[in-house]
Design a protein around this ligand. Structure first.
Ligand code: NDP
Ligand code: 8X3
Length: 250
């Protein structure tokens, strides 16, 4: 426990790459001491160095890992539930049940475990905040999205329930739902197939991880009485989960 308790502390899960890494940097710029969690500790440490934060190994699918991680967090004013992702685009008819389970474990139970573990510290802070990264996929199902859609819809339900259950407590709850963001998301989804991952963003300008970090930073910096419940953020080239404008030669 190395936090100076006079400084606001943010915990960011999945901070070793993409949106989580950019968010850790943004929150540090806004004055937070940041505790970064993910499985790839080497990458996590590089991000922590960049933002002057503290890197701790974390696997949100493992209750013991969540417990050990949270035991190192003395103070928590903001929890960013970002760890997550998709595996595959199988139709329901041939769905890989292990992939569905894994997506549920990471996106839903991971968010649940982190929230449960840190809620007492968020309440004790007197002005806590939970910001969860959902997805347009949690608002709008699409063919091939089944397992990820189901998981992110569950995340949306969890966020809405939490907001209602915490009414009257000094904790705000927000979900940010991005559309296409160029990160390692598609590389993970397609099992490391870079060509297939690149095709997702071909002929259009996707959001960047920093665009979503900006949104987290903005939500986190509203006055304490303002709860931004939800935010759907799409690229100008995307009007819904499945409707994307691409240049003709793409
Ligand atoms: P990345 O793949 O770049 O980042 C995912 C992060 O989650 C990594 O830091 C990874 O770290 C971490 N992570 C994955 N599994 C676990 C685990 N079991 N325990 C702890 N950390 C884990 O993708 P994004 O930055 O895009 O994804 C961040 C969030 O944004 C996800 O929830 C994703 O579903 C969501 N999202 C992404 C969109 C996009 O188009 N990119 C759009 C909408 C939502 P490590 O592997 O080191 O553990
Ligand atoms: C990621 C966006 O459209 O691939 O959550 O589901 S999408």
């Amino acid at each position: 426990m190395s936090e100076q308790s006079s400084r606001k502390c943010a915990v960011v899960t999945g901070a070793s790459s993409g949106i989580g890494a950019a968010t850790a940097v943004r929150l540090a710029e806004q004055g937070y001491h940041v505790v970064l969690g993910a499985r790839r500790v080497d990458r996590l440490e590089r991000v922590a160095e960049k933002c002057g934060g503290r890197a701790e190994t974390l696997d949100v699918t493992d209750p013991a890992s969540v417990e050990a991680f949270c035991a190192t967090v003395e103070r928590c004013d903001l929890l960013v539930n970002n760890a997550g992702g998709a595996l595959g685009v199988d139709p329901v008819a041939s769905a890989d049940e292990d992939a569905w389970l894994s997506m549920y474990e990471t996106n839903v139970l991971g968010t649940l475990r982190m929230t449960k573990a840190l809620l007492p510290r968020l309440i004790a802070s007197g002005d806590g905040q939970v910001i969860t990264i959902g997805s347009v996929a949690g608002q709008e199902p699409y063919p091939g999205g089944g397992g990820y859609n189901a998981a992110k819809h569950a995340v949306t339900a969890l966020t809405k329930v939490l907001r209602k259950e915490l009414l009257g407590q000094p904790v705000r709850v927000c979900q940010i739902d991005p559309g296409l963001v160029r990160t390692e998301f598609s590389l993970v989804r397609f099992g490391g197939d870079a060509e297939r991952a690149d095709k997702v963003y071909e002929g259009m300008t996707p959001l960047s991880a920093e665009d979503i970090a900006d949104c987290v930073g903005w939500v986190a910096s509203r006055p304490s009485h303002v709860n931004v419940d939800s935010m759907l953020v799409l690229a100008r080239d995307q009007s819904s989960a499945q409707v994307v404008h691409r240049t003709k030669d793409a």
